[in-house]
Design a protein around this ligand. Structure first.
Ligand SMILES: [Zn+2]
Ligand SMILES: [Zn+2]
Length: 224
């Protein structure tokens, strides 16, 4: 079983067409893949409509759960909740928030806004976090991401540590932009093990938490 809830296409800064990304995920054995191109107020309508079209095309003909999501990216922290509502209303099936990665100058307060907002499903690559962020993520059922992506992955150890302390739920995502970054089971396991997760914690992050998120998406979109 292989799940990936954070990927990009050439609709923003990736290189693959959405349907090719889905095809490559299937070739790697994926059960479900979410496409989550970068959005803000400027482009979310176009991106969501385009992703829904290829996700439905893929699901009609192939055995894959394809999820049309977004990654709210460098949105002002004060606007995260409102933007999350707007993208949902437009049809986004999954809302990822681009967290305070050590690799980019993300606005301080973005992590706090994300874990405080029930319209955010995943706080991506949150960087070095603390007990407050992880506790709120646990309370509001916002998943925290362990990232396979270079740069973003520098803080996976902090994310794993505080998730363990607080009961926050972890996921492993690729944040793939290139064909060679499309997730494999081997890479997902390496990311989880490299963040220090033990066997039971790896099962949570790689299987049980993704299944929980998938159920949430299916209940929300009435496509169970
Ligand atoms: Zn990107
Ligand atoms: Zn991303």
């Amino acid at each position: 079983m292989l799940f990936d809830f954070h990927t990009h296409t050439f609709l923003t800064d990736g290189v693959l067409l959405p349907i090719e990304l889905i095809r490559r995920a299937i070739a790697n054995g994926a059960t479900a893949i979410a496409i989550t191109d970068h959005v803000s107020a400027s482009n979310y309508e176009f991106i969501i409509d385009a992703l829904v079209a290829d996700c439905r095309l893929a699901e009609k003909h192939w055995d894959i759960r394809a999820i049309a999501g977004v990654e709210l990216t460098h949105v002002p922290a004060e606007a995260v909740a409102e933007m999350a509502r707007e993208v949902r209303a437009r049809g986004a099936e999954l809302v990822v928030l681009h967290g305070e990665t050590p690799a980019e100058p993300v606005a301080p307060g973005t992590n706090l806004a994300g874990v405080s907002c029930r319209d955010v499903d995943i706080l991506a690559h949150p960087g070095a976090i603390d007990a407050e962020i992880a506790s709120l993520a646990a309370r509001n059922d916002v998943f925290l991401e362990l990232s396979a992506h270079v740069g973003h992955c520098l803080a996976n150890g902090s994310v794993a540590r505080w998730a363990r302390e607080t009961g926050a739920r972890l996921l492993v995502d690729s944040d793939a932009h290139l064909p060679e970054e499309v997730l494999t089971e081997e890479m997902a396991r390496k990311v989880a093990a490299g963040a220090g997760l033990d066997g039971e914690e790896q099962k949570q992050a790689l299987l049980l938490n993704p299944e929980r998120l998938l159920r949430r998406i299916e209940e929300r979109t009435n496509r169970a």
